[in-house]
Design a binder for this molecule. Structure first.
Ligand code: ADP
Length: 456
């Protein structure tokens, strides 16, 4: 059919029964009216008139029969054509849906799947055969069912459409796909809603990329915050370390200057002792810094260590400091306790813990050192009756450079490196450091190192 004809056909409409009846009556009425007048006007002979009347009846039947035939043929042609046009448009729609890269399916009033395109097969991994006739619930997460069901009701009851609905679908292999969907009614010839179409756009990759971006951004923000804190800490550390290194130099320098002018041997000796102690303190800080560097390089020499011996050696060094601070020391060490460890590093650990136990103690307080075997490990504990550590800081004190009080006006000296190094050394040996503390009452630090086996 040519385009022009097709255009005309499209504009034609089937006649309703009322119109057909009206045309029929009009033509029939006109025929009766005109034929009677014509007969009366032209035929004078009454006999001929009677014959003509009968003929007129037959012609009436023939004319109205032709008229009815034409009207019915016309209607049939128009209806057939509009059905074909409808079929063609349905086929076009079907093919567009079928070949769409987006997953599109439709469901009936009961939620039973009616159509399922190729993209649906690819993405949801269910073949058309498997899903047609099944409920669309199988594709939804249980939490989303209620919302979608509400929308579906409105599509069927009110012919409403919904755009930009975010739905997370579940595929056959259990993976989740995020889609932005449009729900709209599909009408039949008479305008009834025969199905609800779900036209989905798969945005899973975009959503994942967005989430990843969000996570990366949050990570970046956290890193930025950490850097900011580290920067603040760095300023404090530099100030503290410089202060800690300068104090002994000032003390030693002052003491030596006084020695030069001092004649009294006893006083000179005392001054030199002060200078020596200051230098020892400085040496301790430098040792801490060096130990940190050594740990970073992973240097460790393991041997069988007599723990009672090691503890005696280290505690002996603290005698002057204990006396000066008026602090008692108690020892409770199991005999025959051997560990597999690097003795220099374990001495360093012990020295750090005892220094803190004295430094953060109260005058007249006490320090208790205990050592015993615990399964395959040797446990050493240093307890004090000092100021204690607030609970929320008990984990943080093991971080490098962390100090409960790191203000420039703080009461206790130190670099905040000691416990971080203690933790690193102990963990490098395969042990653990723990702390129990009550502010105002004291602290107890314990560490473990592997016990030596008898054959070692
Ligand atoms: P430093 O003693 O050089 O400041 P540490 O790493 O040895 O560094 O200790 C970190 C912080 O932990 C100290 O500044 C202090 O606030 C707290 N701390 C450590 N040991 C004790 C203790 N025995 N009693 C109270 N507080 C302690």
């Amino acid at each position: 059919m040519s385009g022009h004809k097709l255009g005309i056909m499209k504009s034609l409409k089937a006649l309703s029964p009322i119109k057909i009846t009206a045309i029929y009556m009009l033509v029939g009425g006109l025929w009766i009216l005109l034929s009677d007048r014509l007969l009366v006007a032209f035929v004078r002979d009454p006999e001929v008139l009677t014959h003509m009347q009968t003929l007129k009846g037959w012609i009436y039947v023939a004319v109205t029969a032709v008229l009815l035939y034409l009207l019915i043929s016309y209607n049939t042609m128009v209806i057939r054509h509009s059905e074909q046009a409808m079929r063609e448009s349905e086929e076009r729609y079907r093919q567009t849906v079928e070949n769409s890269p987006n997953p599109i399916f439709s469901v009936d009033r009961e939620g039973v799947i009616q159509s399922w395109n190729k993209a649906c097969e690819n993405i949801f991994q269910y073949s058309r055969k498997e899903v047609i006739g099944a409920k669309y619930h199988m594709l939804l997460n249980p939490e989303e069912r209620r919302t979608i069901e509400g929308m579906l009701n409105q599509v069927f009851e009110e012919k409403r459409s919904f755009s930009n609905v975010e739905i997370s679908y579940r595929c056959r292999d259990g993976t989740e796909r995020f889609m932005v969907s449009r729900l709209y009614p599909l009408l039949d010839y008479e305008g009834w809603v025969k199905a609800c179409v779900f036209a989905n756009t798969d945005v899973t990759e975009r959503k994942r990329a967005e989430e990843e971006l969000k996570r990366a951004y949050e990570k970046l923000q956290r890193a930025h915050e950490e850097l900011k804190t580290l920067d603040e800490m760095k300023s404090n550390i530099i100030a503290n370390v410089s202060h800690e290194l300068r104090t002994p130099i000032t003390i030693a320098k002052g003491a030596i200057e006084l020695v030069m002018d001092e004649k009294d041997q006893k006083k000179r000796k005392e001054l030199l002792k002060i200078a020596l102690n200051a230098l020892l303190r400085q040496n301790f800080i430098v040792e801490d810094l060096l130990q940190a560097a050594r740990l970073e390089r992973g240097e460790m020499k393991l041997e069988k260590v007599d723990m009672a011996n090691l503890i005696n050696r280290v505690t002996e060094e603290f005698r002057p400091m204990l006396m000066k601070n008026n602090i008692q020391m108690e020892k409770n060490v199991e005999e025959g306790l051997f560990a597999t460890a690097d003795p220099n590093q374990i001495e360093h650990v012990l020295r750090n813990l005892i220094t803190n136990a004295i430094k953060f103690n109260k005058p007249g307080g006490s320090v208790i050192i205990e050592a015993q075997k615990r399964g395959d490990m040797v446990e050493v504990c240093v307890s004090d009756t000092g100021i204690g550590i607030p609970e929320d800081q008990q984990e943080k004190i093991f971080e490098r450079f962390y100090q409960v009080d790191s203000s420039p006006s703080r009461r206790y000296g130190g670099t905040g490196m000691g416990l971080a190094i203690v933790k690193e050394i102990v963990e490098a040996h395969g042990g653990k450091v723990t702390v129990e503390s009550r502010p105002g009452e004291g602290s107890r630090f314990c560490f473990t190192v592997p016990a030596a086996r008898w054959e070692e």
